[in-house]
Structures are given as C-alpha cells and as structure tokens.
Design a protein around this ligand. Sequence first.
Ligand code: EPZ
Length: 419
Amino acid sequence: MEKLVIHGGRPLKGVLQVSGSKNAALPIMFASILVDSPMHYSNVPRLRDIQTTIKLLNILGCKAERGDDGDIVVAPGSLAPEAPYDLVKTMRASVLVLGPLLARLGRARVALPGGCAIGARPVDQHLKALEKMGAVFDLAEGYIEGRCKALHGADITFDIPTVGGTENLLMAASLARGETILRNAAREPEIVDLARCLNACGAKISGQGSDVIHIQGVERLHGCSYRVMPDRIEAGTFLVAAAITRGEVLIKDCPVAELAATLAKLREMGLTMEIGDDWVRVLPAGRLRGVDAATRPHPGFPTDMQAQIMALMTLAEGSSSIEETIFENRFMHVPELNRMGADIRLSSGKALVRGVDALAGAPVMASDLRASASLVIAGLAAKGVTEVQRIYHLDRGYECIEEKLRAAGADIIRASSAL
Ligand code: EPZ
C-alpha cells in the first residue's frame, strides 16, 4: 500500500495543469464498442480506472491500448458479452458496457456493480429504461443478464436525473431502430462530451446538456479521433487547494463554463480569482467566510466537490453547512477531518462546520476518491505532518496529484505504507 506524506502550511505558487476528465473518458471509451472502425482518443488521463477500462475493453473483444504518445487507440474485434465481476467490483462504471453490448450484440452479462463507500448506487433506472427499448433482464448469481432481438426507440422518463443511466441510454439509443427521447435526463458536462463524441461517429443526438435529449437511431457508427474534455472536478480540487493554502496559482486547461456553481460558491466565500475562457488565476486569500451549500445535479453545486469544499470550510470565518442530496453516505471524510482539529457535526444529511483557526497534521485514512482529495487539501493547510493512507482511492481519479502539487510548491511525497 502507499501513503502521501504532507508537511502543511506552504502556500501553493505557480501553475497547475488540469488533465482530461475521468468521468467523460470512461463512457467515451466504452462508446468504442458501438463503432465498426478504430477510435483514437487523446487527453485521456493516466488513472487506475482508465487502465481498468482498457482491460475490460480487451476482455470484451476490442483491441485497446495506450500508445507511446499517450493516446489510446481502440480497434473493433469480435465482441464477447461478459464483463466479469473481478473487474466490475473495482470500477462501478463498468455497468456502462450494458447499453453498447445490447445495441451491438443483442446480449450482455455484466456483474451487478456492488455498492461503494458513498452509497448503494443501484442501476434500476438503467434497466427500466433499456427494458422500454426492448431489452429483457434476469439477475442471476450477481450478474445482470440482458438480451434483446433489436433495440427500438422509446419515450423514456427517468425517475431521477442519473448520469450513468443517461450515458447508457445515449449509447444504446444511438444504434436503436427509430427515435428515443430521454426526459428528466442528467445534464452533466461529461454527458455533453459523450454526445459530442457519438455525433462525431455518425450518431444523431440533440438536446444534450438539457433535461430532454432526442436520439435518432442510425444503422452504423464509424470510428473517429476524439479529445476528451478537461476534468472539472480535478480543476475544482486545485481551486480549493490554492484557496486553503492562501496561494497564488494559475490553473490551466480549466473548464470554466462547466464550473460555474463551484466558482460562484468560492466567490461567495470571498476568494479572489481572475477568470479566463480556459484558465483561472487564484489570488492570495485572506481568511474566507463560512457559507451554506447543497449538492445538486448539474448545473447545481457538484456532489464530487462536496468533500473538497468542506475542507476549505473548516478554516473559514464563522459557520458553514453543506447538505449532500445525491448520495446517502458521502461524509466519510468528516471523522478524519475532525481528527485534524476540524469542528464538524453531522445531522440528517447535513454537515455543520464551525471554522477553526488552524488544523493539525495527523495520520488519516482515505475511504473514497473525493474524501481522499479532501484530506490532501486539509493536509496542505494543516500545521505539521499529515499522512494520508490507502491512496489507491486517490489514484483512481487524480493523475500524479502529488507531482503536480509538489511542482506548485507543496511539500508532499508518496511513500510505501504498511496499512
Ligand atoms: C456519476 O456516477 C459519477 N461517476 C460520480 O462521480 C458522480 O458523483 C455522480 O455521477 C453524480 O454526479 C462517473 O461518471 C463514472 P448517478 P453515477 O447515476 O452515474 C441514484 C466521482 O467521484 N441512482 O447520477 O453512478 C444513485 O444511487 C464519482 O468521480 C438510482 O437510484 O451517478 C445516486 O444516489 C463518484 N438508480 C443518484 O441516483 C439508478 O439506476 C445519482 O447517481 C442510478 C442512480
């Protein structure tokens, strides 16, 4: 196992470069199952989840590999229908092969993705919507077994705006017979990026980014070259790291338009920023103000930024509150932050944060991807040494985070750990 060792209290200075988006790259790579000629992807981050996706695509019969230039090429092959449990259990997003396999092969056997630290994370919306398009499912031995003669278009209303459900259905409907309408669709920017990629392959999708998406099914989809959008959550994480260390940082390749809610909340806390089209310069902050926030589906404040902004709130003037409305158990970082001297109390889905004057470094345990990021951020500001254990969680979603932060002045190293 590995840990990060952080000597806190140093303001970040210089440049932080944002990598490609994990949550856009995953569905966009699974879209390669739909096409009948090679896909060429650029700006794909070097993450564990991307490695897992490459492995899964090869198991399914595609030929996926990352070239020396860092780009990923996926060539079509004769497809197999099964996504095995030992892969799916490490990456829930594997369920996104369901729609493409049904569309291309007429069958799929995908291990039911278990829950994870942040919640049960069912996939009932994916299955209900695909059934409306003609798929039939059985659940056997922990696997979803789906089959269909051919998928046909349908008018589908999701009970909740599910990101993965919208992505699965976008991919399935692209090759279905007739028109599909997705209502109460999720509006996340990663969905817009997926739709842009599918349209570049010949799909006919419109309305992406709104809550009603129209897809005209086509006979076939061809490969294309596609550059994945920058990661808005990595960018938001860097904004908070710069703010909490009272540093001055230029964040490059920053998807400003997709970060409006996060930027607004940071401004409300009193952070001063210069904002360009694809960059943000954070200026040295004084003590920020406590605020209230609630996570919402896009374009609201993102749940994937909840843990990070909470770390910032722990040192703000006065009190803050943050309500998590998307996942039922996404406060695993709270006890760890409190071990560093934060003053956070939980009550019915809300975290009540009282600002303290300083955090103290401590050994802490990562539990999930964004909780890990929150602990790193707190460690950058804390007095003394923070050791973040189990950073394999972090490596799922952040490319070389300690190298990027060290280049911006942080005293942070990766070390082996017994835990
Ligand atoms: C995506 O997960 C992201 N993952 C998550 O990012 C992100 O937190 C989430 O969207 C919300 O924005 C990827 O894109 C790979 P949902 P997803 O389906 O698709 C419930 C990170 O840190 N639900 O929008 O799984 C579900 O339980 C990760 O990068 C159902 O009830 O999210 C949750 O409460 C974490 N039934 C809510 O909807 C369903 O069929 C939102 O889930 C599907 C979802």
